[in-house]
Design a protein around this ligand. Sequence first.
Ligand code: FE2
Length: 268
Amino acid sequence: METDTFTLARAAFERHVARFRDDVGTLPFALEAKFKHTGEVCEITEKIVAGEARFSPRDTLVFRLCALFHDISRFEQFAQFKTFLDRNSFDHGERSAALVEELGLVPELLAEDRACIIDAVRVHNKFAIPADFPSAHLDAAKMVRDADKLAILRLIIRFFTGDYSDPTIKLELPDTPGWTPSILETAMRGECVVYTDMKNVNDFKLGLFAWSCDINYPASAALALDEDLFGRIRATLPESDQVDSLLKSARIRLAALRDSNPSLRQNP
Ligand SMILES: [Fe+2]
């Protein structure tokens, strides 16, 4: 039954996306990239869920639907504003949550599950999950935030290793040598680096290491380690002992989280 519900939801999602296709069915390049991103977040969600045996089929369906709908407002955002920058258009987490209601997506869902999806989608792009967030919806919010982060890290790695075909990354920072020492220190402490403090592309890359502190599930940490996401970002930065220790602390943090789930624990 769950598979059927997801298949129907996927069809409804694709019908929505089809409104932004041209006469021959092509999406604008930027929207095709967002469409693929959604597919990647769905794929990563499946992998995380597979590593976290404790979730029920009902939980799993909710998580899959969060992944499917988390960026559903990106299509109208780009169509109306020609940007993916929320500050120049609208908060895409809030708008995606509203669209789930407005479009009447997955009408067969229980009201409680629908409320959970709407809440998780709403906070997927926030700096942190709000303190007053309903505890019953936390698992879903953490899941979509993990899967989204891992998909974005993959995309950023593709970008920095020479695949510039993805228009969703727009860095308005110069690619100059060195980095800002205070940014490295902030990332070392695992604190979020503010974009406006970044002076160059290396600062942006260093800021990504703080994401290793905001991964929730052991299976997400396992996936980040298996794909060596942080090692691959480090490889695009200059030689430096400090950057090496930044990577080392991210790996230690992720390994500790992964190993907190006995079934994912690696033999020493
Ligand atoms: Fe998003």
